[in-house]
Design a protein around this ligand. Structure first.
Ligand code: SF4
Length: 447
């Protein structure tokens, strides 16, 4: 290393492996590269640049002042907010849309699909949809929009509509805004994700044309009485205790007094020990719930048909650390197994390849598999078309999980897109293409 110390013009320090270099916030704090970067800095007189998912100006300045590095690098922070340096320069720290460290952006890279970001729905759409990260088109005319649901999709939609100049009413059934974030950010290691809510709520509070109504569970009748020009249903989704066959065909719903979903845990339902978490969602919820339940004193086992714990989270660089987290929490792991039966005090797991059976004592089976849209309000309203017309409602639209349950990033994107495209013309919604589209007309062939 000493031999190389002065050779490069600049040192750009990378960590040992991708899961630690681009570590998720679940398993590494901001600035986690400091020990490695400071070592490089100690052996060279050349400038050193480093990353570390910096979002706080204090953390950035602190590392420079302490001589850890010379230049701040920021990939994920710049994806979440391309105007971060400008906002720091202008003293507008409260406007920074901070990266939450979820690594959905990195999953796009692993999947070779256009980049998506939980915090910044415009990323990857700057050219194709002409979405500027900071600017939105003005509403073509004045109108009142009622957004029902204050989760990630509803918050982002209300913010985008408010910035466009619409009069926005944001109604939320619970006493607090946040939707799924209210519970999920209380799970182990997910507190940083509350920035999705915190940033949007603080931005909304500055808009005089947006009024928030937490603690208001609106009925269809009440919505008609409000006479909004547009209704947006951002009513989220619900987990269902669905099981499926070895061919991944849904095989029915498992109902019983000791069968639960993440929604039951969120509602504070008390579980009897031992607990088995059966996860075929394969993202963070199953392992985070297992860790949460173990952390609150439960005896917990985790089972999944996949060969890996939280298999899909390999895309977000979370998966290897998830194993360690479950081991540290004392959670027993059973991979390549699916639930065959549950008798109320014992669950039978069957190996997906060998059909070998494992019986585990179980007084609470938590199924983390599928979600369905929570769209009853939307469906009721769409059956009352004449009343909608009489009330002056021109449109009713589902967004986010109420349309298609997905990751938080998808809900934010859905809310942003509807906020942008309300009242837009077909031409304004059209995608730009970087390759010409040729229409091929086949001449009729003679018989
Ligand atoms: S997707 Fe998540 S980790 Fe990536 S930049 Fe956005 S907020 Fe940060």
């Amino acid at each position: 290393m000493q031999l190389l110390a002065e050779l490069p013009d600049l040192w750009d320090v990378k960590m040992d492996s991708e899961t630690t270099d681009c570590a998720p916030s679940r398993f590494a704090p901001e600035g986690s590269h400091e020990p490695v970067i400071s070592f490089v800095k100690s052996i060279t007189g050349r400038p050193v640049v480093g990353v570390g998912r910096f979002t706080s100006p204090d953390a950035m300045v602190g590392q420079i002042r302490r001589g850890v590095l010379d230049l701040i690098g920021g990939a994920r922070p710049s994806i979440a907010d391309p105007f971060l340096p400008k906002k720091v320069g202008e003293g507008r720290e409260e406007d920074i849309r901070e990266c939450i460290g979820c690594n959905i952006c990195i999953s796009s890279w692993h999947d070779c699909v256009p980049v998506r970001c939980t915090q910044n729905p415009t990323i990857g759409e700057e050219w194709r949809r002409q979405w500027h990260p900071e600017r939105v088109p003005a509403a073509p005319h004045a109108a009142t929009v009622l957004v029902v649901g204050g989760g990630p999709a509803g918050l982002e939609c209300a913010l985008t509509l408010g910035r466009r100049g619409y009069e926005v009413m944001l109604a939320e059934a619970a006493d607090e805004l946040g939707g799924r974030l209210r519970f999920e950010t209380r799970l182990p290691r997910l507190a940083t994700w509350s920035r999705v809510l915190d940033w949007r709520r603080s931005q909304l509070q500055r808009l005089g044309n947006v009024t928030m109504y937490p603690g208001n569970r609106l009925t269809a009748d009440e919505i008609l009485e409000l006479h909004p020009a547009h209704v947006v249903a951002a009513t989220g989704s619900r987990w269902v205790p669905l099981l499926y066959t070895p061919l991944e065909v849904p095989s029915g719903t498992l109902l019983g007094p000791n069968v639960f979903t993440p929604d039951d845990i969120a509602a504070g339902t008390r579980l009897e020990d031992p607990v088995v978490v059966f996860d075929f969602d394969n993202y963070y919820m199953g392992s985070a719930l297992a860790e949460h339940l173990a952390g609150t004193g439960h005896h917990v086992s985790y089972a999944t048909p996949s060969g890996l714990v939280s298999a899909w989270s390999i895309m977000t660089n979370e998966q290897p650390q998830t194993y360690r987290a479950l081991a540290d929490a004392g959670v027993g792991v059973h991979t390549l197994t699916r639930v065959e039966s549950f008798e109320g005090d014992e669950v039978t797991l069957v190996n997906v390849f060998t059909s070998a059976r494992t019986r585990l004592p179980c007084r609470a089976l938590v199924i983390v598999g599928a979600r369905l849209p929570e769209d009853a309000l939307y469906r009721e309203l769409t059956t009352r078309r004449e009343e909608l017309v009489a009330a002056g409602v021109a449109s009713i639209t589902r967004i986010g999980d109420a349309l298609a349950p997905g990751a938080i990033a998808h809900a934010v994107y859905s809310g942003h897109r509807h906020g942008r495209e309300l009242d837009a013309s077909d031409a304004e919604r059209a995608l730009r293409r970087d390759a010409p589209v040729r229409t091929v007309i086949h001449a009729p062939t003679s018989a």
